[in-house]
Design a protein around this ligand. Sequence first.
Ligand code: CTP
Ligand code: MG
Length: 431
Amino acid sequence: MNVAIILAGGKGERFGGEVPKQFVVLHGHRVMDYAIKAFEQHPDIDKIILVVPANWKSEIVSEYPQHTVVLGGNTRRESSHNGLLACPANTNKVLLHDAARPFLDYNTIQRVLEALNKADAVDTAISATDTIIEVKNGVITNMPIRDYLYQGQTPQGFRYDVICKAHETVFVETTDDIRLAMEMGVECVSVAGSQFNFKITSSNDLYMAERVTQINATKTAKPLDFKDQKVLVFGGTGGIGSALVTKFEEQGALVTSVGSEIDLSKDALPETLNKEWDIIIHSAGLFIKKPFFELSIEEWDLVMAVNLRSTFLIAKLARNTMKKGGWLTFIGSSSSHRGRTSQSVYAASKAALNNLTQSLAAEFLDCNIRVNCINPPRTNTPMRHNAFPGENQSLLADPEMVAEDILRYCSGDETGHIVNLKYTSQFQVSR
Ligand code: CTP
Ligand code: MG
């Protein structure tokens, strides 16, 4: 049997804050939940043990009744020992992982498991990109050759009997288990880790983690089924919006699509929209391409009203009509993270959508409404053609492909995501 032990018994003193970093919520899930999910999804992991502080035990037990939950110790070493003691006697391979590393991927787990077919101890590591220097009292005392330097990560994998023996016979204080095996004279091998599998140590790392979830966002991989779901699409008559309507209808949804007949710059939405919805998508947008100094204040107000102010009405509509919870999805733009010439007001309105999404996601957690913002890349739409006539269309994303990806954020538990869609063909060209 292969066991994964997730170490979540620390206090996170360098991170600070009221809640230990592994329990901080990152896009609707605790940091620790990500690693749990990664191990759950690997077919060769037979059992998961969670090592947690005493005051978190009952909450974690009730949330993960299928896993074993044990108490952490005062040091990481003690916590991993407690995890090892909770393994079944027939444990063969054991993987110890920091709960504070949320972006563990399937392939890394696979590499560790495979290496354990030959080795007794396996570390995951990435090569050091910066020069590593040893400094004592402000003076450099050693400068090892970088070619041989790596940064160790987790999971660290062991034959179960080997790591148990190391814990019982080696008495150095250490922040990782590989050192114990090394001290015991075991040959420890390394396999490739991943740049994304960094540890959240200080509060800045959480900021990085939020950005990683944007490029690495976990779309639901389940087959889509929107049978009888009531869907309202604002902007459903143009480019991405109409592709969305088609896709939803193909999946059996009951779609109401509204276009320019509803003036989103007004102070209220028509009463007729006060119905129960499962999914509301705001895909309406106004794009005025003009140098900033030629822009009138009326144009500024109009773009802001349609693209941003309207979200006030649409989010209230969602809150008031989604009695059983649902999905509120905003369609943003790649210009939300990089404003470009002649797109000032458009870029500003779309950037605001991103932060609005995060606030609403947090506020709407209690009523089970998931709020996400999808920023499509440059897409082959009439709006785009009008603004950029003569553009090479082979560099534009296909609205159907974009719509397909958006649909994946209209089911599942993901919330608070700002998803920057990118397609390989475009990525290669735009570099
Ligand atoms: N850990 C643990 N038990 C401890 C200490 C640490 O299970 N007594 C876990 C942490 O929860 C974390 C991992 O070991 O997932 C890596 O440790 P580290 O990043 O040092 O976390 P903390 O010890 O919590 O943070 P700090 O050192 O800043 O207090
Ligand atoms: Mg620590």
